[in-house]
Design a protein. Structure first.
Lengths: 423, 423
């Protein structure tokens, strides 16, 4: 096996633990200097690879690389950018082949979700046709938990822990206000197509099987009448009602609530936010005080409350990616395989990217009760180990400490620059 | 001094640390059984006192009371309910005197903000006129940090730590997405009349004096043109821009943005939320991708990330309240006096409720730079010690553990019930 360089890059919406995968890749690569001379990182994902905008990770100290374990965001920059297909996209792949050849890059680690996995697959399959064979590994990352073949997706456990904790705490607040003030609280979480994150809020339900918390997921079409009746019943029985709603909640006709404008009020779609629509609906129908929140980026960057399980798994898939590459596995993704629920045991296994990419794992209907409002025992068995353990970051002056990378640029070797990709 | 019972109650919007004050009151009362026979709690604030809906805190174990230190929400229920003035409100005070007399309540501890302080003052001054003297102490609590005479308000330090951390983390996320996706993130925090919480977000500014974070507070009227120019400049210079905005942001004419509908888009006012208005404004003016979040209850119940300074001060004012009562001080509030910034030293001193109640401490103009966007060094010296230290709660099964109180009801002694107060 010739000594070559490797390239790591981050893609898609970032998570609280994508940098833990970066840490896993970098630390593993450093242990295999016989095979991987230098590990570069592309700035801003595949865009940086096209632009020959590379960073030499060997300039970073071991302590800085370790600090990636507790640093949110994407330390090397991420991107929302898919490569075109062949034959139209030929120029893109020729450019990538030129950059990889110029820097003797034989290994590519692309850290992203379902869409980014296709980029990894394209690099593995198309660059050899252009005369530059590359071993390309897709490192899984997504808060959406929608990667097929992986029991859970690195990034999800931490957002699940954060939203369940936030709902747990907000319900304590709501319960104390409900007697003379707010009776309903609506919390919007991410999830355009799947309800994994909204469902994870169900872990916050304190005590009894039928606590006053309703879950609204995109997999179950929203029925206004049914929903309002459930809220009304919870208020009558418990004095209050909390609602966790996924941003992608859909009406019966398949339109999102944010597109439809909820209660027929025009103009909301341009603002986004399904929580204010639900809140306005409850307020006008039931005449009660309603509070709402939209967590947005705050939920997926909340590294201060990461799940230890998630941090461990994010690191493990990064580390495994290097191992697979050095074994010669190509176009695979290290995925999480669950061995048992209680005690929770898992391992990392390789899965072919070709069967994973561009697919989407939806929340099983069996995870919610027949009425759709609550988690089933099966769902709890699935979710609970994923939020287990607290991976507190270090703090200084009252704030979490993040890694501060040097980000040493690699000197460009190509004469031409890449202009086709809008930066 | 005769042995009497005492009554504790919680009022107004709750905080992550109001129960730490409850813990301080209860533990101090238990150390003074010679003077305070039993400490009762009113359910749902003054409403429970009127309704003779009392709880006997002596039924709770010491461990449960200690667990209040890390339990968000109001453990005994809070209320939004002001007592009427005399003479119209005479029936209310006669009812309170009857309840206090029936249960031999000689001490009253009312845990709330500026408005609730007036209730404590009314109890101290009006009940003696009706033949039942009571020593009444206002225990300070508000995330708004607007209590005059107190250097900081218990509840504020924790929300400040949470919003500064959330902004710090979200900025790491935004910085990694900005190259090909989102360039602006707007985070809305609480603060209807004051910008203390929004200003605390300024602690998140990483590194240089002029980082890409803009603060929007109610104390400075919003100027759309000036704001958009600042956002545009930050994007040009840094590639992205984060914005922290207080819910009560006002236009030049004094209307709130949420009332005015922002950019002239009708219908938004009923949904609340200034962040989506700011986001839509930036999107339409600068044609960039914008994300926004509204934290709402999540910020003020985030006990998982409380400030140790705040927990210590919340406990201390509860404990001091009992000491003041037993010394015979009446209608006072234990407030925080800062002795020095660095090292941060503070003590609790009594202040007369009469000069505190219904007033409001606004963010000093000197806390923001001349352009209004950033914290000054003076502001940093003020804020930094308030977010210092992490008071992590215990966790079990991945979620924070909260106190589970028995809430043993006290048997009613009055024949009449109270019907005038809408529950």
């Amino acid at each position: 096996m010739p000594v070559q360089n490797a390239l790591y890059a981050q893609s898609g919406g970032v998570t609280a633990t994508i940098n833990a995968s970066a840490c896993g890749v970098i630390e593993a690569a450093r242990r295999h200097k016989k095979h991987i001379a230098r590990l570069y990182a592309a700035r801003n994902g595949i865009v940086g690879a096209l632009q020959e905008d590379l960073i030499d990770t060997s300039a970073e100290t071991p302590a800085t690389i370790r600090a990636l374990l507790h640093t949110p965001g994407g330390a090397f920059g991420s991107c929302r950018h898919d490569l075109p297909s062949l034959p139209q996209g030929r120029a893109h792949f020729e450019r990538l082949a030129a950059v990889f050849r110029a820097h003797n890059i034989g290994y590519f680690f692309y850290n992203g979700g379902n869409g980014s996995a296709e980029t990894a697959h394209q690099v593995a399959t198309i660059l050899p046709q252009l005369g530059w064979p590359v071993i390309s590994i897709a490192v899984p990352k997504t808060i959406d938990n929608d990667i097929v073949r992986s029991d859970s997706s690195p990034g999800f456990g931490s957002v699940a822990k954060y939203v369940a904790t936030s709902m747990h705490e907000a319900m304590a607040d709501l319960a104390s206000m409900a007697n003379s003030s707010t009776k309903v609280f609506v919390m919007e979480v991410m999830g355009r197509y799947t309800g994994w994150i909204a469902a994870a809020c169900g872990l916050a339900r304190p005590g009894g099987e039928d606590g006053p918390l309703l879950l609204l997921v995109p997999e179950i079409r929203f029925d206004r009448k049914h929903f309002l009746a459930a809220v009304k019943e919870r208020i009558a029985r418990h004095g209050w009602c909390a609602v966790a709603v996924a941003e992608g909640l859909q009406l019966r006709d398949g339109r999102r609530l944010t597109q439809a404008g909820g209660d027929g009020i025009p103009g909301h779609e341009q603002l986004g936010g399904v929580a204010p629509i639900i809140a306005a609906m409850v307020r006008s129908a039931l005449d009660v005080k309603v509070h709402w929140s939209v967590l947005d980026y705050v939920q997926r960057s909340a590294r201060h409350l990461a799940s230890q399980t998630d941090v461990d798994q994010a690191y493990a898939v990064g580390e495994a990616a290097v191992g697979y590459a050095l074994k010669g596995l190509n176009s695979v993704m290290p995925v999480i395989q669950r061995i048992s629920d209680r005690p929770y045991r898992w391992r990392v296994v390789p899965a072919p990217v070709g069967v994973i990419m561009n697919r989407e794992k939806r929340l099983p209907r069996s995870f919610l009760t027949a009425d759709g409002w609550r988690l089933t025992a099966r769902a709890r068995r699935y979710f609970e180990p994923l939020i287990h353990g607290e991976a507190w970051p270090p703090f200084a002056n009252g704030l979490p400490v993040h890694a501060r990378l040097i980000l040493k640029p690699v000197i460009c070797r190509l004469k031409s620059t890449w202009r086709d990709t809008k930066a």
